[in-house]
Design a protein around this ligand. Structure first.
Ligand code: UDP
Length: 461
């Protein structure tokens, strides 16, 4: 996988949050750093290791597990607050041990010097660990820059809730309505701890020299520029998807490689049997938990759209499927518990992606030129859906009535993307984004340059 290699290399730790959608971009960033000759150790916690299927990551890239104390806790016995506190206390101890071990290892005295800790933005306390151990650190954002900026405006008191007017124009952002804000601001039922967690990211953000974002300049141009003007050292380094779907520079980089779920292998054969652009791919990512009623509306919305569909229904959600749904759909639909999403999105049979607007899913669809039906679920999804529809103009967003989305609305949105001239425009726009995504990651592209700059700085420190 290595592109370049020379002397005087750095060793970089990449510490991620053990959830699929947060692991994937950080793993990809690690691969890019390794491909530029850095030694990278991906660090994650024991709570992920139980279900993690590790892959091969090639030269210069390895994984270490540190304890977050979860092995001593019975599942479901803690509140969210207790769990957050335990992870911080226990991980701090084990991360310090790991850093000391690496510093004392033979590599440290030879070629690779431990220099930097990249940490998931939700764990800003990791910066103190790094600095106390004599290395530098910086956060990695697995959410859009727009969402980070909305949080920033809330932190600074520029965004106040409830909104004084139906639409708010915040610096760097398009006009936003309440429904476009992350759900921890807009949903009155959301646990306030999520706002606390979101605000913690700013506790030491003005102390760091590097802030990495899984996005690319053209995609979030306005907001990235605005954040940079606030003296925040933001570096867009994405889209963080395997190289074989973008610049094809990293030969063996065909998938993310670290899976918490087992993909179903039937998908490709099934897709091969369908006509070009005839399939709706539907997935709500790794965490979404829809109500049984909403699940049924979704099932019939897909079915009644009169298009073929491939639907990911995770094992834990399967009981919400309508009775005998499998028999009813016959050849028209395939329901799987997990798939290799990138391969599916890249398949010519796929004509549209019905998505919960998780940040990775949206980036993947844009990078592969697939138009979307956005059906946001929670967290940052509403803001991503706003951008899909109104900023990138690559799809539609379902309308919510009294807290849910009807099957009629779902079918109508699918038909708009699959069957109309407007749908053709969405596809054309998505194909332009695909080229721009490739361009950003290719040698000399905006994201590639940012990664190069970081690597070059590491060599000098
Ligand atoms: N994914 C996958 N197979 C599936 C569903 C999802 O590989 O069947 C991957 C998808 O490619 C993405 C990640 O899981 O990289 C989900 O991340 P996202 O941010 O979209 O949603 P989250 O799971 O965080 O809500």
């Amino acid at each position: 996988m290595a592109e370049k290699n020379g002397g005087n290399q750095s060793h970089i730790l990449v510490f991620f949050f053990p959830v699929q959608g947060h692991m994937n971009p950080m793993v990809q960033f690690s691969k890019r750093l390794a491909s530029k000759g850095q030694k990278v150790t991906i660090v994650t916690t024991t709570s992920a290791s139980k279900s993690m299927k590790t892959g091969s990551f090639g030269r210069n890239l390895n994984i270490e597990l540190v304890s977050d104390g979860s092995e001593h806790v019975q599942q479901g016995s803690e509140t969210m607050k207790q769990s957050v506190e335990r992870v911080q206390t226990e991980t701090t101890k084990s991360l310090v041990e790991l850093i000391k071990k690496i510093k004392n290892s033979s590599d440290a005295n030879e070629k690779y010097l431990l220099k930097f800790l990249v940490y998931h933005y939700s764990m800003p306390w990791a910066l103190n660990i790094a600095r106390e151990q004599g290395i530098d650190g910086g956060p990695f954002y697995t959410t859009p820059a727009s969402v980070k900026t909305i949080c920033y405006h809330f932190h600074k008191g520029v965004l106040k809730l409830p909104l004084e007017e139906p639409t708010k124009k915040l610096p760097g952002l398009p006009p936003l309505q309440l429904e476009d804000l992350p759900s921890f601001f807009s949903d009155p039922n959301s646990d306030p701890i999520f706002v606390d967690i979101a605000m913690q990211q700013f506790s030491n953000l003005n102390e760091v020299k590097w802030i990495f974002h899984s996005t690319f300049e053209k995609l979030e141009n306005e907001v990235l520029e605005w954040m940079a003007n606030q003296n925040l050292p933001i570096k867009a380094i994405g889209p963080t998807i395997p190289s074989m779907f973008l610049d094809k520079k990293l030969e063996d980089d065909k998938d993310y490689g670290l899976n918490l779920f087992e993909p179903n292998v039937e998908c490709t054969e099934w897709l091969d049997s369908k006509e070009t652009g005839s399939v709706v791919y539907a997935s709500f990512g790794s965490l979404a938990n829809l109500t049984k009623e909403q699940f049924e509306e979704l099932a019939w919305g897909l079915y009644n759209s009169n298009h073929n569909f491939l639907w990911v229904v995770r094992e834990s959600e399967k009981e919400k499927l309508p009775t005998n749904f499998g028999d009813r759909i016959a050849e028209k639909g395939l329901v799987v518990t997990w798939c290799t999403q990138l391969q599916v999105l890249a398949h010519k049979a796929v004509g549209c992606f019905l998505t919960h607007c998780g940040w990775n899913s949206a980036l993947e669809a844009l990078s592969l030129g697939v138009p979307m039906v956005g059906m946001p679920h929670r967290a940052d999804h509403p803001t991503v859906a706003k951008y899909v529809k109104d900023v990138w103009k690559v799809g539609v967003r379902v309308k919510v009535k009294e807290g849910s989305v009807t099957k009629e609305e779902i079918s109508a949105c699918i038909r708009q993307v699959m069957d109309t001239d407007k749908g053709m425009e969405f596809r054309k726009a998505a194909l332009v984004w695909k080229e721009w995504a490739k361009e950003a990651m290719a040698e000399g592209g905006s994201s590639d340059k940012n990664i190069e700059e970081f690597v070059a700085k590491m060599k000098l420190t």
